[in-house]
Design a protein around this ligand. Structure first.
Ligand code: SAM
Length: 286
């Protein structure tokens, strides 16, 4: 255990020796706590059978733990300056590969398939907070055999990801996550386990990807969700009919009726299933 990266003194020594200064704009808050690192990896449920895709390895703290617990790790890091550090910290692990580039720009589907074909993907990451939602969107859109995601995010984002209908945390993000997976907050993480300390607390969300997606075209579904949440205080009828769809208010009233949804309800009270039924009853073009 002594050899592990995650003690504060080891990490500080490495950063100093390499003259590395963290860049706020890249969301660089590095973990310095073994319990948190092990907690994330245990919570991910990955075993020696599983291959992991990590976003943002930083100096390799979580990567090292994953290398020990998983079959292999492909980690994508945007900051080229971390190259000499990662070469040193992960030198002992032959089941790790670091790919330098922007996770939002690389063709991750191709990179994965070139190496591992159709092997299932487990994502584990302490995400850079400035791009949490675009990265989650891109990962779910990858069209790879994605099985699970275990990500550390800002606490408030974790609560929105797992938000239940009727609560203040429920919104388009909750529905996006639930469309694809069953999410759960598995760990609360105080800001004291990072250097530098972020202003906000964090939480780890584990998402088990659903075997088959709901079968409603995603784009259609999310246009309706977006419209429903565009006016928080309006009824679902008013929100949908003032959004700019090419449907009359009477037509939308009819769709709601057909979907068994009371037109005076508010968008934030509709469950995933109700939104799916609504999407089924919308015409192809609207
Ligand atoms: N995994 C490390 C840890 O837990 O200590 C570092 C986590 S830190 C919160 C986020 C990491 O993501 C940083 O290393 C940062 O350079 C990297 N990063 C930021 N934006 C990125 C992007 N668009 N694509 C890939 N990596 C990115």
């Amino acid at each position: 255990d002594n050899k592990r990266l995650y003690t504060p003194s080891t990490i500080q020594e490495i950063l100093n020796r390499h003259g590395f200064t963290m860049t706020k704009a890249l969301g660089q808050n590095f973990l310095i706590d073994g319990n948190t690192v092990r907690g994330i990896v245990q919570g991910s449920g990955v075993t020696k059978e599983d291959r992991v895709l990590e976003i943002g390895p930083g100096i390799g703290t979580l990567t090292e733990e994953l290398a020990l617990e998983a079959k292999s790790v492909l980690a994508v890091e945007k900051d080229q300056r971390l190259k000499p550090i990662l070469e040193e910290t992960l030198a002992d692990y032959d089941n790790v590969e670091i790919l330098f580039g922007d996770a939002l720009k690389l063709d991750l589907k191709k990179e994965w398939e070139d190496r591992f074909g159709q092997d299932p993907v487990h994502i584990v990451a302490n995400l850079p907070y400035y791009v949490t939602t675009p990265i989650l969107g891109a990962l779910f859109d990858l069209d790879l055999p994605l099985k699970s995601l275990t990500v550390m995010v800002q606490k408030e984002v974790a609560e929105r990801m797992c938000g239940q209908e009727g609560t203040k945390d429920y919104g388009a993000l909750s529905l996006f996550i639930r469309y694809h997976s069953d999410p759960e907050i598995i760990r609360q993480v105080p800001n004291s386990v990072f250097i530098p300390r972020p202003k906000v607390d964090s939480a780890v969300v584990h998402m088990l990807v659903k075997d088959s997606d709901p079968g409603i075209p995603k784009e259609k579904f999310f246009r309706i969700v977006k419209a429903a949440f565009s006016k928080r205080r309006k009824t679902i009828l008013n929100a949908l009919s003032s959004y700019g769809f090419s449907l009359t208010k009477a037509e939308i009233r009819e769709i709601l009726e057909k979907s068994n949804i009371d037109s005076i309800r508010r968008g934030e009270t509709l469950s995933l299933t109700e939104f799916l039924v609504l999407a089924i009853n919308f015409p192809h073009e609207f």
